[in-house]
Design a binder for this molecule. Structure first.
Ligand SMILES: [Zn+2]
Ligand SMILES: [Zn+2]
Length: 283
């Protein structure tokens, strides 16, 4: 008996790979990370979480169950209020640390002229997670005035990619992801329900839960087409002709012209929805 206890004491703690993997599996959905943060602020009742996240009760239950199973969240003695566990607090600390890492980026000059002013080559601030394109001439310092924010689908491997290819692929990827979040009325950041407002010339959304803001210009060449032409010709410029009637609908007519002023692409984009109604190409 005595020996067994001694043996037990001698046992070294083995690094718990599968336990960690399990906990991270518990965090492998933006909604669960969001819930963990919300619950960490003094605990929350189910009803409060419903209101804050606008999830369905079934979906909320599903996510909370996982958080409880992996030991990040518990319920109080009355089984009413959800509370964060000590382990949960530690994990939020880790995420906060990672957050400071996300702010690090490298800046590169692109061999692509600004498609707004056509006057200067654009720059890209690149991290494994995102890319911000900005024009030193008309966009302010690092995109203070305007910039194009993209998701980096290549992660740390971006360093081995041709910059033009990287930009094109990431514009298309971000275009797809943004379209998805608009269709599903979900926040691109935390995936909470969000009500996008459709104006004549733009779509605007602000997430009440995480504060993420989106503003998408409708009267611009659609990003997928822009990516294609921009990277092919290196110097194209957008010109907004204005509102026209096309196929019986109110549309924005937008051109993409090359460095000699020749029109390469015309798009008719519906006012107030951003839907591309028609386009003409000139090769
Ligand atoms: Zn510019
Ligand atoms: Zn959000």
């Amino acid at each position: 008996m005595k020996e067994e206890i001694n043996l037990g004491r001698k046992t070294e703690l083995i690094f718990p790979y599968s336990i960690y993997a399990n906990i991270f599996k518990g965090l492998s959905h933006p909604t669960r990370i969001l819930l963990l943060r919300l619950i960490s602020e003094g605990g929350k009742y189910f009803k409060e979480l419903l209101e804050l996240t606008r999830l369905s009760p079934a979906a909320l239950n599903f996510h909370i169950d996982i958080l409880k199973t992996v030991g990040l969240v518990r319920q109080d003695a009355e089984r009413a209020k959800y509370l964060i566990t000590d382990l949960g607090i530690r994990f939020l600390d880790i995420l906060a640390y990672l957050n400071t890492k996300l702010e690090e980026f490298e800046t590169r000059e692109l061999d692509l002229y600004c498609y707004k002013c056509g006057e200067a080559k654009m720059y890209a601030d690149i991290s494994p997670f995102y890319i911000r394109l900005w024009c030193p001439r008309c966009g302010g310092d690092h995109g203070d005035i305007w910039g194009l924010f993209l998701l980096n689908k290549f992660g740390a491997d971006w360093i081995h990619k041709d910059l033009g290819f990287l930009v094109k692929e990431c514009i298309e990827y971000s275009f797809e992801k943004t379209g998805e979040s608009l269709r599903n009325s979900r926040c691109l950041n935390c995936s909470a329900k969000i009500k996008y407002k459709y104006f004549e010339d733009k779509i605007v959304g602000e997430c009440k839960v995480c504060g993420f803001k989106v503003s998408l210009q409708i009267n611009d060449i659609s990003l997928d087409r822009l990516a294609e032409y921009w990277v092919r010709y290196r110097r194209v410029k957008e010109v907004l002709k204005g509102k026209v009637k096309h196929r019986g609908r109110d549309c924005w007519k937008v051109f993409l012209i090359d460095s000699e002023g020749r029109v390469k692409l015309t798009q008719y984009i519906e006012v107030g929805t951003g839907q591309v109604i028609d386009e003409e190409t000139y090769e």
